[in-house]
Design a protein around this ligand. Structure first.
Ligand SMILES: [Zn+2]
Length: 404
């Protein structure tokens, strides 16, 4: 048996997911950090570089078309067989990893994402850490309306408390690591309104009860104040989008430590026409952005726990846009650069249940990190894809070259 050889980078500034450590030596073997120690090496070659943990995006969708051909975004998923989709899922995940997003949580995944996650975890194919939440939503709910209304083949739906309980159990058996619910309509769903109620209180309570009984955190999509209030009252584990969060919710959000994934960029892009989807979606996004922005002013200073969650799907928000989202979060929430990086590394890792494995650079953690030009914890403007020097995912260089 040969042992995995150790690698190290000596004499480089390290930010460990919490604080700056100064000039350090980072050593790792396979997918394990061996040590992060102070270094006296004075490497001129490394002076302009630094190391930060791989990023954690708590809200992505990676089952879309991964190639360069122009395909219809909404019909491709329904005409493509599952066998083929799994390969696109793996390709999208690896694209994200090559951009330094080394942990992803897909918030509307199914058996396809779960298969890819297992293949990555077993090292059969190289790929990032992939967490998969199965959705429990109603007929005519946000999750149902990505498929045109007349189309007969649809994702699983749950229209009574019993059906909700059964669908949670289905996802638990399939290997999901979380559950996604909907507390309002959405932007890209076809034919609904952002303010529509999604499911009855009894259905929502049953889903949360069963998910928690089976150890699955519940992520709640909402674009309405009513949805935020239900999320807080019923004990969800994270709020997605958070439109409708206003100053009256801040104290409770902080007290309960509920994370909010703000998905700033995707709604901005749809609202301002940077990406075109449909007139319906653009009108909804404009409404969402106006309400969201009014409610988010001051929320960062009040201590609301925003974490990186982009809705990246490779089409409207591409893998790598996370860097711009992080800069946008720093600006929107009037955060320091370091606070914004915490939201994209150690705190996001905590939200997806991976705080002991990723998001922090220390002995025993997984070997996921980015070598980047600059000092992004001092200057958030350094968080740019063009500054990526190299990415190490599960101990392997997946893009760029390590500096020597
Ligand atoms: Zn989403």
């Amino acid at each position: 048996m040969s042992t995995t050889p150790a690698n190290s980078i000596d004499g480089i500034a390290v930010w460990n997911g919490h604080e700056a450590l100064g000039t350090s030596t980072l050593s790792w073997a396979g997918d394990a950090i061996l040590a992060v120690e102070p270094s006296t090496a004075d490497s001129a070659a490394l002076a302009e570089y630094s190391i930060i943990p791989g990023l954690v995006d708590t809200h992505v969708h990676i089952s879309g078309y991964a190639g360069t051909r122009t395909v219809d975004w909404s019909s491709w998923p329904i005409v493509t067989p599952a066998e083929e989709k799994t390969l696109h899922i793996a390709a999208n995940a690896r694209k994200a990893a090559s951009m330094g997003i080394t942990t992803l949580r897909d918030l509307a995944g199914d058996e396809n994402q779960m298969a890819v996650a297992r293949v990555f975890d077993e090292g059969i194919l190289p790929g990032p850490r992939l967490l998969v939440s199965g959705q429990v939503g109603m007929t005519a709910g946000h999750g149902d309306l990505f498929v045109p209304p007349h189309y007969p083949v649809r994702d699983r739906l749950a229209d009574s408390p019993d059906e909700c309980r059964k669908l949670v159990r289905h996802w638990a058996r399939a290997g999901a690591t979380g559950i996604k619910i909907y507390l309002s309509g959405g932007v890209l769903s076809i034919g609904d309104k952002v303010g529509w109620r999604n499911q009855t209180l009894e259905e929502i309570r049953t889903t949360i009860d069963e998910a928690h009984a089976l150890g699955l955190p519940v992520a709640a999509h909402t674009h309405s104040a009513e949805g935020v209030e239900i999320a807080l009252a019923e004990g969800v584990d994270s709020i997605e989008h958070g439109t409708g969060v206003s100053s009256k919710h801040w104290a409770e959000l902080v007290e309960k430590n509920i994370p909010v994934a703000p998905t700033l960029m995707i709604n901005n892009f749809i609202a301002d026409g940077t990406v075109s989807f449909s007139e319906e979606a653009q009108q909804k996004a404009k409404q969402v952005v106006a309400e969201r922005d009014a409610g988010f002013v001051g929320a960062g200073a009040a201590g609301v726990r925003f974490v990186l969650g982009t809705d990246a799907n490779g089409k409207f928000v591409v893998f790598g846009d996370q860097y711009e989202e992080i800069r946008m979060m720093a600006e929107t929430f009037e955060w320091t650069a370091e606070r914004a990086l915490v939201a994209a590394t150690s705190d996001a890792a905590d939200v997806v249940g991976m705080a002991a494995k990723v998001g922090t650079l220390a002995e025993g953690f997984g070997a996921d990190f980015i070598v980047i030009k600059g000092r992004p914890w001092e200057n958030i403007d350094d968080m740019r894809v063009e500054n990526i020097v190299a990415v190490v995912s599960r101990g392997v260089v997946v893009s760029g070259e390590l500096p020597s």
